[in-house]
Design a protein around this ligand. Sequence first.
Ligand SMILES: [Zn+2]
Length: 376
Amino acid sequence: MSGEPENLRLRDRLLGLDPVLDHLSRARAQNRLAQSYLFLGPRGSGKTRLALAFAQELFCGTVASPCGCCVPCRQVAHLTHPDLHLVVPATREETESPDRMAALLAAYAADPYHPPFGGAGESIGIDRVRALKEEAAKAPVAGTRRVIVLVGVDRMTEQAAQAALKLVEEPPPETLLVLAAGDATDILPTLVSRCQRVRVPPLGRERLHRVLVDEFQIPGEDAYLLAALSGGSLGQALELRGLDVRGLRDRVRAAFDFPPDSAATPAEVERRVRALERAWTGDAARIGCELLLAWLRDCVAARAGLEAADLANPDLIDEARRVGRALVPTEIGRRIRVVEAMAAALDRNCNPTLALHAALWRTAGGSGSEEGFFRP
Ligand SMILES: [Zn+2]
């Protein structure tokens, strides 16, 4: 290590979110900060990074706020500041083990571009919000201010959401609350209405493409696919980086490639399930659904005459045109709904193989309603 202190200035890691932080900084300078904020933006758009960068500004002990070097700045970056509380969705196993929870947060602190929270099976339960309320009832430890960041309020249980609402309705003194969620429609309306909303937009495809190439040294063609498949969300793109996305995409496409009016036999569906099921677990299954949806939408777009640059999979333009011509739009729409139902089933922790089986059977034209088939 050199003698230079490591720069832990989170503001320098925003990659395009600076205008949002500037907006909050101005409100603070003008003494008109709200007590509760609701950051809204797609998964992986940087809501947690932004909230922590803002916390660093609030806690920094220097006039050059945030300096990124003083003790409070370092504590915020390492998630060890005694008056900063970060609550993120986690699996039941993580929630029940303090060590695993600490490891989860340490991994996040060590990597500012850590994959986004809120994967399959992750949520925030009532116990964690209760513990937070107890903690918040005490006076701040280090100074006069406390910051609570609750990530994934759209992943809260009903009871936890009610408890969070109480926290927002009767906020502890000197406490700034930052809630973060993908979409306001999945949150208690009363919770939404009591917070000041802040949009955290995805970077967008072109910008993200440049960021992936320049900052993360991802080869151009891969970066293009990642940018397109992630809807311009940096976190989602980085999450895909470690996977063989092209390989997974092509295997999922092959499994779900049925001709119009196909009358696939149960044995054929079973064969396709077996071909895919080993790869069809956890995050890979969820990402597989996204890849499949992106592909089906590309078929619609190609049929409508859009060019390669407008597709999520520009390298597959000819194939997308062929499939787009072969299937009528209502059939592609039906297949999209089947895959969406499978994604929702995975989100509810359904068995991935069963969900895959049901989706393949429905795509192949098997009977059963799209909704009922996935009911656990
Ligand atoms: Zn500082």
